[in-house]
Design a protein around this ligand. Structure first.
Ligand SMILES: NC(=O)C1=CN([C@@H]2O[C@H](COP(=O)(O)OP(=O)(O)OC[C@H]3O[C@@H](n4cnc5c(N)ncnc54)[C@H](OP(=O)(O)O)[C@@H]3O)[C@@H](O)[C@H]2O)C=CC1
Ligand SMILES: CCCCCCCCCCCCCCCC(=O)OCC(=O)COP(=O)(O)O
Length: 359
């Protein structure tokens, strides 16, 4: 016990030594005894309350908390359902991977889907599959299909016009389509850098810009960008991809701020590895397809799970969401808090990868 804490107990001292007296030690012992008695007296009601709480109130309290949490979850689910039911939702890259799974979960949520892709047959097959599915809880709507290439800037305006003509408006635009890349900066042609940027950045930006005026007019809408952990940190041999995703993050962060006055929501989603065809379809330094299912991709999260998280993020109108394991999430903090260490780790990773390629 600190001496200072004994000061309030000094009045209990039964006698005080006189000036020059050496018996202060006895006084302090006496004060200490009195203070301990006092603490015991004070803590008795506290002990009784604790006894009461642990014996009678803890279980009801626990059940109460669980009940409140479940109720809040249910309310959130109902809000998400109400927000998305009959909403016009445009999904790019719906022919494969995450886009395809997003189509499934948003269809089951009762949205009016506009499925976008380059491959008409794949879109038709997905539409057949969706409409054949038994969804009982909500009324579903037959998806509309729009075929265009995001690298073709002329086609994007026409696609936006077609979407607005057929559906009247767009409530949610999910910019999901994308391509990855593998290569060293030194070996990669500028054509490849530009192509990755066209598909992952300029395409979504152009589509967003084409649909924004109608959203602003209605003062309603929601834009989603599927970025990547690589929109927040850069790893070696992904220069074009990481750059396109960093640009995506920056553009949609600016857009969010500008759209707040119109009640238009912007959600940027940054997933870690997902088990899709992304690595198979990735471009290499000379523009050819990589064509390999990487171990990291194969071990990634199931696209259906990620699609459910996308639905939840949209329903909750989240602004920025990271959907990754602990390590990539920690890496983002490391990049911010200890950039020197992060850069050294990335340099050593680059050396190792280079070595394993050349051996
Ligand atoms: N898989 C992963 O580990 C991660 C993926 N992401 C992101 O998720 C998104 C979806 O990728 P994912 O599902 O994994 O990969 P997939 O390769 O399975 O799907 C990519 C989709 O984008 C479409 N696409 C590609 N190029 C174009 C283009 N020029 N014009 C129009 N559509 C195009 C593809 O269409 P087509 O069938 O015609 O080729 C396909 O539908 C991407 O933005 C990706 O960066 C983010 C983090 C991790
Ligand atoms: C405090 C301790 C922190 C320890 C941090 C160590 C740093 C480890 C680096 C981890 C790098 C994670 C990279 C994740 C990349 C990723 O998830 O990318 C998602 C994609 O977009 C995948 O695309 P790709 O074409 O690259 O497969």
């Amino acid at each position: 016990m600190e001496l200072i804490n004994l000061v309030p107990c000094l009045p209990w001292a039964k006698w005080f030594p006189g000036p020059g007296d050496q018996d202060w030690h006895a006084v302090l012992c006496q004060v200490l005894k009195e203070s301990q008695k006092c603490t015991r007296r004070k803590s008795l009601p506290k002990l009784r309350i604790m006894d009461f709480l642990t014996s009678t109130a803890i279980l009801p309290l626990l059940f109460g908390c669980v009940g409140i949490c479940s109720l809040l979850k249910l309310l959130q689910r109902m809000r998400t359902r109400a927000y998305l039911r009959n909403a016009v939702v445009v999904i790019t890259g719906a022919t494969s991977g995450l886009g395809r799974e997003c189509a499934r979960v948003f269809y089951a949520a009762g949205t009016k889907l506009v499925l976008c892709g380059r491959n008409r047959e794949a879109l038709e097959e997905l539409t057949r599959e969706l409409t054949a599915a038994q969804v009982t809880k909500v009324q579903t709507h037959k998806p509309y299909m729009v075929t265009f290439d995001l690298a073709d800037s002329g086609a994007i305006g026409a696609a936006a016009t077609e979407i607005l003509q057929c559906c009247g408006c767009v409530d949610v635009l999910i910019n999901n389509a994308g391509v990855s890349y593998r290569g060293s900066v030194v070996d990669t042609t500028m054509d490849v850098d530009k192509r990755v940027m066209e598909i992952n950045y300029f395409g979504p930006v152009a589509l967003t810009k084409a649909l924004l005026p109608s959203m602003i007019k209605r003062q309603q809408g929601h834009i989603v960008a599927i970025s990547s952990i690589q929109g927040k940190i850069s790893i070696p041999f992904r220069s074009a991809y990481a750059a396109s995703k960093h640009a995506t993050q920056a553009f949609f962060d600016c857009l969010r701020a500008e759209m707040e006055q119109y009640d238009i929501e912007v959600t940027v989603i940054s997933p870690g590895y997902i088990h899709t065809n992304l690595s198979l379809n990735a471009l290499t330094a000379d523009g050819s397809k990589y064509g390999v299912m990487d171990k990291t991709t194969a071990q990634g999260r199931r696209p259906m799970e990620v699609a459910r998280d996308v639905l939840a993020a949209v329903g909750k109108k989240k602004k920025d969401v990271i959907l990754a394991d602990l390590l990539p999430s920690l890496a983002i903090y490391l990049r911010t808090l200890a950039p020197g260490l992060f850069f050294s780790l990335m340099a050593s990773r680059a050396r190792k990868e280079q070595k394993s390629k050349s051996s």
